[in-house]
Design a protein around this ligand. Structure first.
Ligand code: PYC
Length: 341
């Protein structure tokens, strides 16, 4: 009889967006650059990603993270983020969650902490108040005003930008298309628009650099609070939307604002999410024209510490996906197969 597998996790939320960090019992990915360790995670331990993020233990909206040894010796920690469908390059809300969770565990104190990620080093400044300011990887706009025709809807225009993940930031809608207010009660319509747009980006061959898939779509509107600068709705890989303003999405937005000359270096930008939670952002100019280093600030709250139990007798032990968005990319309901224990 195979033994139970136990995975210790700590859960938090950042502006409403949940993060579940594996503290122990996660896959042993060995050493080497984190990008290579992601490939190992995907090839040999994807059942752990599914067990942690999918139902019955998780949900489509949950972002998971594996805390690991850094490869970059200037960093104190490494982290690999993932969600219900795949692995993320970086995750802003998740990094804020990581820092507040590590403080909760007594592993760090206020100060600056460097973290290795699959897309490079980020630093996080934990203030005594608990607010975390994440200096993200280099961010930039790859292309402005890119038109994409969405069958049945018409032509959208938007920017393709990188903020640790690839984003399409919608600027304008097809003539005659009526869209609802950017309010959470309309999330189903925004999700549908985002998913149709993302599919059309892919079928039109519109990608990030190196043919990278644009897997996040971002819509903008007026903020509910006039003291803020903007409100967004961010569709994440899969079919869930970010409850927070999305750290990498805010970074991509800052890159576009910088490229348009709308926001100067060091100036502050308050980005509201679809549920009204807020990240503040600013940027420093990078080494090359058009490249910035964004800083995104927010705070996470720890919501649980738990042990996940994977019972070898459980046919659904490695999770299952029910949403149509996920079923094409991941396993559907049924016993897990092919996963080494
Ligand atoms: O905060 O960068 C972020 C993020 C990416 C996906 C969900 N949240």
């Amino acid at each position: 009889m195979l033994p139970m597998h136990t995975i210790d996790v700590i859960d938090s939320h950042t502006g409403g967006e949940p993060t579940r960090l594996i503290v122990s019992g996660g896959p042993e990915l060995g050493r080497g650059p984190l990008r290579e360790r992601v490939a190992r995670f995907r090839a040999d331990f994807d059942h752990i990603r599914r067990a942690v993020t999918l139902e019955p233990r998780g949900s489509d909206v949950l972002v998971g993270g594996l805390i690991c040894e850094p490869h970059d010796e200037t960093c104190s920690f490494g982290v690999i983020f993932f969600n219900n469908v795949d692995y993320l390059g970086m995750c802003g809300h998740g990094t804020i969650g990581l820092i507040n969770s590590l403080q909760h565990l007594g592993r760090i104190e206020p100060g600056v902490h460097s973290i290795d990620t699959p897309v490079g080093k980020v630093t996080a400044d934990l203030a005594p108040s608990g607010v975390v300011s994440v200096k993200n990887v280099k961010s930039y706009r790859l292309a402005a005003g890119v038109e994409v025709d969405v069958p049945g809807l018409g032509t959208f225009a938007g920017d393709v930008a990188y903020g640790g993940n690839w984003f399409y930031l919608v600027r304008s809608y097809p003539d005659g298309l009526s869209v609802p207010e950017l309010e959470v009660e309309h999330h189903a319509r925004w999700t549908e628009l985002g998913m149709r747009l993302r599919a059309s980006l892919a079928s039109s061959g519109i990608t990030g650099e190196g043919d990278a898939e644009i897997d996040h779509v971002e819509f903008f509107g007026a903020p509910a609070d006039p003291q803020h600068d903007s409100r967004n709705f961010v569709l994440c890989p899969g079919g869930a939307f970010d409850r927070s303003p999305c750290g990498t999405g805010t970074s991509a937005k800052l890159a576009c604002l910088a490229a348009d000359g709308v926001l100067g270096p060091g100036e502050s930008w308050a980005q509201e999410s679809i549920i009204g939670s807020v990240f503040t952002g600013s940027y420093q100019e990078g080494p090359e024209p058009g490249v910035i280093f964004p800083t995104v600030s927010g705070m996470a709250f720890v919501s649980a510490q738990a042990s996940l139990i994977i019972d070898p007798r459980d046919p659904l032990r490695h999770g299952f996906a029910v949403s149509s968005a996920v079923s094409s990319a991941g396993p559907s309901i049924g016993p897990s197969t092919g996963a080494p224990e």
